[in-house]
Ligand binder design. Structure first.
Ligand SMILES: [Zn+2]
Length: 292
């Protein structure tokens, strides 16, 4: 088999589960291509930031498949390094959005310099009910190893991730040991094989070929793929809620200086405009008339 430069279109922007007949281990594979380019087109991030944004997005998509939820899952890293804040939010419908803040100067190739004193926060926000949040310090030397540590600590599930990204694509693979009749030899063997994965293979091979390379000696079952897309969850209603949270005085102050309140969504750059009468309606009031 030869390395293909680009996976065929049917493989890009998909998320697939695979399982092994002979051991209680599940795997997930994700490859983001068009969706990742759409994401990068919104902002002009330095290459190193685009890279970790890709890895974080791939990770969020993988994790969203291993946790049952109805709403959104957010992975967020805060640090005192060159990338103070980076986050990806993915819905249970496999659409995601992502952003890095104040990272325009980031250039380091060193993980610890990018994320000095970093913490990783995973939040699951159900459509109804209370959010669930878990936080770990970013003590690995990569996002993948930090996330693995997170699962071992918080979920007591042995979990390993492999994440890669380049300017075009982001991809990832996850292995997770399920409760059950497991041999640690088998688990270690599956990990050892996955450790041989190169960025070129993960980003460049169709999933069938990739999994064949790694696990052709195993009885592997590949489940139907799901489509992943870049999609922002912003809406007029959501922004109304944000505006309301600012309070009437603040809104009136802004309107005193301009004829409308203009907002660009920081995730997708979509433009929203609220006129004074929109704001009045929002505040449940008639347009106040000056008494002169
Ligand atoms: Zn948006």
């Amino acid at each position: 088999m030869s390395l293909t430069n680009m996976p065929d279109a049917s493989c890009a922007d998909t998320l697939s589960r695979f399982t092994f007949d002979d051991c209680a281990v599940r795997g997930e594979h994700v490859l983001l291509q068009n969706s990742f380019q759409e994401l990068l087109a919104v902002h002009h991030y330095p290459p190193v930031v685009a890279n970790v944004l890709g890895e974080l997005s791939a990770a969020a998509c993988l994790l969203a498949e291993t946790i049952k939820f109805d709403g959104t899952l957010t992975l967020q890293v805060r640090s005192e390094g060159e990338i103070p804040l980076i986050m990806t939010e993915v819905t249970n419908q496999q659409s995601y959005r992502a952003i890095a803040r104040q990272a325009q100067e980031a250039t380091s190739e060193d993980f610890a310099t990018l994320f000095t004193n970093g913490t990783l926060c995973l939040t699951v926000q159900p459509r109804s009910g209370k959010p669930y949040q878990g936080i770990v310090s970013l003590d690995g030397n990569s996002l993948a190893s930090s996330l693995g540590n997170y699962f071992e600590q918080s979920e007591q599930l042995a979990t390993r991730l492999w994440l890669f990204a380049d300017k075009q694509r982001a991809g990832g693979m996850l292995l997770q040991q399920m409760p059950g009749d497991n041999s640690s030899d088998q688990w270690l063997h599956l990990i050892q094989m996955a450790n041989t994965l190169s960025a070129q293979e993960l980003l460049g091979l169709p999933r069938e070929e990739l999994l064949y390379r790694l696990y052709h000696q195993e009885a592997l079952r590949l489940h139907p793929q799901k489509t992943v897309q870049f999609q922002c969850t912003c809406s007029h209603e959501r922004l109304e809620a944000v505006l309301l949270s600012l309070g009437e005085a603040e809104l009136r102050d802004i309107l005193a200086e301009r004829s409308s309140i203009d907002v660009n969504c920081e995730f997708c750059n979509r433009f929203y405009q609220f006129s004074e009468s929109d704001i009045d309606a929002l505040l449940g009031k008639q347009t106040p008339r000056d008494a002169h």
